[in-house]
Design a protein around this ligand. Sequence first.
Ligand code: ADP
Ligand code: ASP
Ligand code: MG
Length: 404
Amino acid sequence: MKRLVLKFGGTSVGTVEKIKKVANIIKKRHSEGNEIIVVVSAMSGATNELVKKSNLISKNFDEKELDSLLSSGEQVSSSLLSGAILDLGIKARSWLGWQIPILTNDNHNSSQIIKIKTDEILGFISNGGVAVIAGFQGISMENRITTLGRGGSDLSAVAIAKFFQTDSCEIYTDVEGVLTTDPAINDKAKKIDKISYEEMLEMASLGAKVMQPSAVQSSMIDNIPIHVRSTFSEKSGTKIISESEIDHKKAVTGIAYSKNNAKVSIVGVVDKPGVAADVFEPIGKNNINIDMVIQNTSLDGKTANITFTIKEEDLKKTLDLIEKNKQKINYNKVTHDDKLAKVSIIGAGMIASPGVTHKMFRALADEKINILAISTSEIKISVLVREDLIQKAVKVLHKTFELN
Ligand code: ADP
Ligand code: ASP
Ligand code: MG
């Protein structure tokens, strides 16, 4: 007998018909003699609708109330799914985060899980019941409902796999597995059979929505293998496992992109120690994430230009902070651009394949795509381009690195 955690995403439970289909998958896995814990997301679109409503009330909607509101989508889907399983004649029960409880810190809207109490659910599944847990939510020490960041049911599943010591952690979704790129943008995307935690973490952080970055990070830390697979086909899916189990045949494993990036350049700052700290300190203190950073010095070495990227939604606040800080930073002028995208190639095989960088830049140049900024790590290269060029860039890179 095995103990399994099966997570079903919003697209897998998007309609009543789909919920019935999911209940049948669970029935099959249960009839094979497994102990089953199910984690479920809200029906697709439900969480976005709740976000929209809160925005209509206030642009600064209280973060604790927002968590209480957003977690309600999973109350609907977990009870509907549990009802569908009961209807197939199988013992089932739904649990909300606070009922278990799933204890988190009070970092509202992107909380971390500290501990999950297991005894009640272990008793239930060992007596043949299917436990259906509402994903994405927990409860803080202050007795307030928390959520784990958008896409956070993936993280719920990984944490449940850890605390319940399950034999597998299966993420059921609307695509066949992790693909070489987003199939919504390139129909030549191919399924990846095995990917390392490190590569998946880069893919997810750089925009591949199929797994939540924090979930991948947790699975990497606790060495929990993940199996990403389709709710709508029996195909084998993707295994996310440790690097040592993978033989990299290609330099690039996948391509990701993210939209809604903005670029800010501070021109003519005096080039002396401490300037970069003065620029970025107030921005960081306001919880704005800086992504790419480029600094270049003028020919006479007296001034420098500092360019960096942020999320578009943070642009106005960032410009205000720089303006406020003008006395201290002492610059000539500030320019900015929005509607930019980051397109990234990712692959641990890059380490052993020289020439990947120029191949990427040449392929983009041949398509007349202008690169606005670059950042690299050992296993990824990212470029900033205009948002309307995403598809063209992804397609040419996909072909260039033999992923088609
Ligand atoms: P779920 O509702 O199951 O949580 P998500 O919508 O969060 O599913 O993630 C699945 C979606 O991620 C796919 O429909 C696909 O469009 C998108 N996606 C982006 N990049 C990738 C990729 N590299 N591989 C697979 N899917 C991707
Ligand atoms: N329902 C939540 C969201 O839309 C969590 C999830 O889908 O994983 O972000
Ligand atoms: Mg998701």
